[in-house]
Design a protein around this ligand. Structure first.
Ligand code: PLP
Length: 388
């Protein structure tokens, strides 16, 4: 099997399991307990916070551990917007891009539905990118928060985060970015990016599902979403997932030093794969930005097929990939991300995403490209619904 669905999730790295194991076994204490077992857990949590902060170039106190990327996005969008409006009732709008993950989009819609906020959606160009002009056009004195993702999960387009963040912050508006897909591939230095909040998820980079973190710049007001014992400095109550925090920190630490080299190597393999698919499959269309894209994502539309039929055919040939996002898998609706990029609904239904982890090889991608040629050819011959 060739696994090309790493943007959905990745296997847990052996080093990560080994780093977690003590906190699932002998050192299983509750970090809030006042005895030696609790102290050991608290020390591990502090170490994980420090290592995560190092990976992001921030202070340990600016890290809030969460149960994954979705929770980090919810905490950023709802937590910052609600806190700002509580301080100033005029701040009752949020601005998000048209290609956000549902964790951001639905958080904004919740603010609209339940708390009466206005939501301004920033349009993207045909590559899925937000321009400074497009963002500037929606910002208002009432904007409480801007959220634009670092890299898109369906098409891999990377946003010009430093420029967008500078624009928002220049107007005194906090800027959040969902870096769930970017982690491991792009620099995460939050000062360089100029963001006020940044979301991470462990399972996209070799840690288990259900662990993540939110960076929140110190002095940023944040209304907690989960109330209880006041853990995480009152920003996220609940007994901490010590092993999960250690896992996330370890995975970030493993990815960090080789990130630039890995990104360069995998980008080269990605470009060869894209060229082979475009040359081998008549009518294939690359989606997303041709250059500003994650090293790990090659996404296409294959007009005249259905994406789901191509996926099934590819799986038969031993290639695992997806139609876009795991969240939307099985949905008959065309991807809102592709529609926002101006791709017609019929073509959007033919989307297929290939996403790699750092272990991907040239041989695997050559084999996969050949499989794509055969799979699309057979779906087109037999008709788009033949594989259902
Ligand atoms: N944001 C993006 C861009 C994602 O790709 C994902 C996962 O698919 C998430 C957020 C949600 O992260 P998690 O699965 O850890 O909740």
């Amino acid at each position: 099997m060739i696994f090309l669905d790493a943007a959905a999730t990745t296997p847990v790295r052996r080093e990560v399991v080994e780093a977690m194991w003590p906190y699932l076994s002998g050192d299983f204490g509750n970090p809030s307990s006042h005895h030696s077992l609790g102290d050991a857990a608290a020390a591990a949590l502090a170490g994980a916070r420090e290592a995560t902060a190092t990976a992001l170039g921030c202070r340990p106190g600016e890290i809030v551990f969460t149960a994954g990327g979705t929770e980090a996005d919810n905490l950023a969008v709802k937590g910052i917007a609600l806190a700002r409006r509580a301080a100033d009732p005029r701040l009752d709008r949020v601005a998000i891009s048209a290609v956000e993950h549902p964790a951001v989009e639905e958080s904004a819609r919740y603010l609209e539905r339940v708390h009466g906020f206005g939501v301004d959606v920033v349009p993207v160009d045909r590559y899925g990118q937000v321009s400074e002009e497009a963002l500037a056009a929606v910002l208002r004195p009432e904007t409480a928060l801007v959220s634009v993702m670092y890299a898109n999960n369906e098409v891999g387009t990377v946003q010009p985060v430093p420029r967008l963040a500078a624009l928002a912050r220049g107007l005194g508006i906090p800027f959040h970015s969902d870096a769930v897909q970017a982690a491991g591939w792009l620099p995460l230095d939050v000062r360089g990016l100029g963001v006020d909040a940044l979301s991470l998820s462990g399972h996209k980079l070799g840690a288990p599902k259900g662990c993540g973190a939110l960076y929140v710049r110190s002095r940023t007001r944040l209304e907690p979403l989960i109330h209880g014992g006041g853990q995480e400095r009152g920003r996220r109550s609940g007994t901490e997932n010590v092993a999960g925090a250690v896992a996330l920190a370890t995975a970030l630490g493993l990815a960090g030093p080789s990130q630039r080299e890995t990104a360069t190597r995998v980008s080269g393999l990605r470009d060869d794969f894209i060229a082979e698919v475009l040359a081998g499959v008549p009518g294939a269309v690359l989606t997303g930005h041709p250059a500003d894209r994650l090293p790990s994502v090659a996404s296409f539309c294959f007009p005249g097929t259905s994406g789901e039929s191509v996926l099934l055919e590819l799986e038969r040939q031993g290639v695992i990939c997806s139609s876009g996002s795991a969240c939307a898998a099985g949905s008959d609706e065309p991807s809102p991300v592709l529609l926002a990029m101006g791709i017609g609904a019929e073509v959007a239904q033919t989307a297929v995403r290939f996403s790699f982890d750092s272990s991907v090889t040239a041989a695997e991608l050559r084999e996969a490209a050949a499989a794509v040629r055969t799979a699309v050819g057979s779906v087109r011959t037999l008709g788009p619904t033949s594989s259902h």
